[in-house]
Write a protein that binds this ligand. Structure first.
Ligand code: SF4
Length: 468
């Protein structure tokens, strides 16, 4: 994307503030375009011949540096690529690394279906949302066309998740593709031997295709050939070697490709990148060790610069590590992860129950909420809007103040929920206890610095004499 401020974008909009896009001004729409929350097609005036040139230019200028590729259809479709920066703090990353887990065509049908269900049903609650996995890679290993066809069919019957069809044999891929061509699977992969056949298939079935080679010149030539044939839904696989110099070389190729795409503006390689951390299983016999190394390699390429990865281990230690890291890298650094302010009821509180105070930084909130809930403490938890900052930073930066606590108490009518007019502030906010008492007129108790210690603190401090 070559525009960096809403004003830059606004210059190309009609500027009539007609509100047909649903926004009050063109500038507001410009700001949302920049954040990719709205599309150009939502401004109907841009289709007017009077504004068509501006619209075309804007489309060009707003296009991400790395092409976006959609895999799958419907609500579960995943979009990969679409990045504009090399480092998250320069703006934000837009589309998180998609995590795809393998099945293979020598699996017994019951085992196959059970594994697909396990991958598709995996959930992990983390900072206010359920993390999920993104897709299934169906590998052909039997050499039997009908077996592969059946395997793809069984997988497609079990899940709507996007699919990656994996074979270097065009005939095998096509047999699988015919089963699920309407689901827009990703083909893996074209190489220097089979690319003509895969080019034909990608065109004929309108599906995205992976180009695979450790030779970056070869990869670039293939990408140019496919682009010139009208195919832009490309994914590049510069090959993932699992150890030693091979792994180092893979890591360097990922960095070179992404720097060429974003730093040097080389459109030929401006496509999403695919890593295959499951190559760890080729060099380690011990399952625990292989899955550990697979997770290590995955983490390496989540950070630099895989847009999609094919993996094998679905052990919790691997999944939680990989998926949590993806979530952390792909949050928007411009907006702290936060929750809504307010007063939450935990358990079955009554007017004598304690009222805890915390901030709206999501990680702080869910930690405190979880510590109180798991210890079955019927209570109220008052969440103050600290612009998404944790307690210590908010106190230091002035986002958690006595005045703000007073506003929150009043806005959410705390005095109608508890009759003791006592609040428990976090230990990390101890220094504002006196001022908070003066400003709010409530009694302030200073809780522990760590919410995990709330149960012990409660034994010694609740109810306070005045309440009891
Ligand atoms: S529809 Fe277009 S011209 Fe009208 S306010 Fe929105 S952006 Fe501006």
């Amino acid at each position: 994307m070559k525009l960096s401020s809403p004003m830059d974008v606004w210059k190309y909009l009609p500027g009539t503030n007609c509100r047909e896009c649903g926004e009050k001004t063109c500038l507001a729409f410009a700001s949302l375009l920049l954040d990719r929350k709205r599309n150009l097609s939502e401004c109907p005036l841009l289709s007017d011949p009077k504004y068509a040139d501006k619209g075309k230019k804007l489309q060009e200028l707003l296009a991400p540096e790395v092409h976006e590729v959609e895999i799958g259809v419907g609500a579960n479709a995943m979009v990969i690529g679409g990045e504009d920066v090399l480092h998250r703090h320069e703006l934000t990353f837009f589309n998180r690394t998609a995590l795809v887990y393998d099945v293979w065509d020598t699996m017994d049908e019951d085992d196959l279906r059970a594994r697909v269900r396990e991958i598709a049903g995996w959930r992990k609650f983390y900072v206010g949302e359920f993390l999920k996995l993104d897709g299934i890679a169906v590998r052909a290993v039997s050499g039997d066309l009908q077996r592969y066809r059946a395997c793809v069919k069984y997988v497609s019957e079990e899940t709507d998740l996007p699919l990656v069809l994996c074979s270097f044999e065009p005939e095998t891929l096509e047999v699988g593709l015919k089963e699920v061509s309407d689901r827009k699977p990703l083909l893996y992969a074209a190489n220097e031997s089979n690319w003509r056949e895969l080019l034909r298939m990608a065109k004929q079935y309108h599906v995205p295709v992976t180009l695979s080679s450790p030779d970056l010149d070869m990869l670039t030539r293939m990408a140019l050939t496919f682009s010139q044939a009208g195919l832009e839904d490309l994914v590049l696989d510069p090959r993932t070697y699992p150890a030693g110099e091979g792994l180092k070389g893979s890591f360097e190729r990922f960095i070179k490709l992404r720097r060429a795409a974003i730093g040097d503006g080389n459109r030929a390689v401006a496509h999403p990148l695919l890593a295959v951390p499951m190559t760890a299983w080729m060099v380690h016999d011990d399952a625990l060790y292989a899955s550990y190394w697979e997770a290590m390699i995955a983490c390496l390429f989540i950070i630099r610069y895989a847009d999609i990865m094919i993996m094998h281990s679905i052990e919790p230690h691997a999944l939680i590590t990989e998926r949590t890291l993806v979530d952390n890298i792909y949050t928007d650094p411009r907006r702290p992860v936060s929750v809504e302010p307010g007063i939450r009821e935990i358990g079955n509180p009554d007017p004598e129950s304690p009222l805890f105070v915390t901030t709206n930084f999501a990680l702080t909130y869910y930690t405190v909420e979880s510590d109180i809930t798991s210890n079955k403490i019927d209570s109220y938890l008052m969440v103050v809007d600290t612009e998404g900052l944790g307690v210590e930073s908010a106190v230091a930066g002035g986002q958690l103040t006595a005045d703000l606590i007073k506003d929150t108490l009043e806005r959410y009518e705390a005095d109608k929920k508890v009759k003791h007019k006592t609040m428990i502030i976090p230990g990390l906010a101890a220094r504002m206890s006196g001022e908070t008492e003066d400003v709010t007129g409530w009694t302030v108790l200073v809780g522990p610095r760590d919410s995990g210690r709330i149960p012990g603190w409660m034994k010694d401090n609740w109810p306070p004499e005045k309440v009891a």
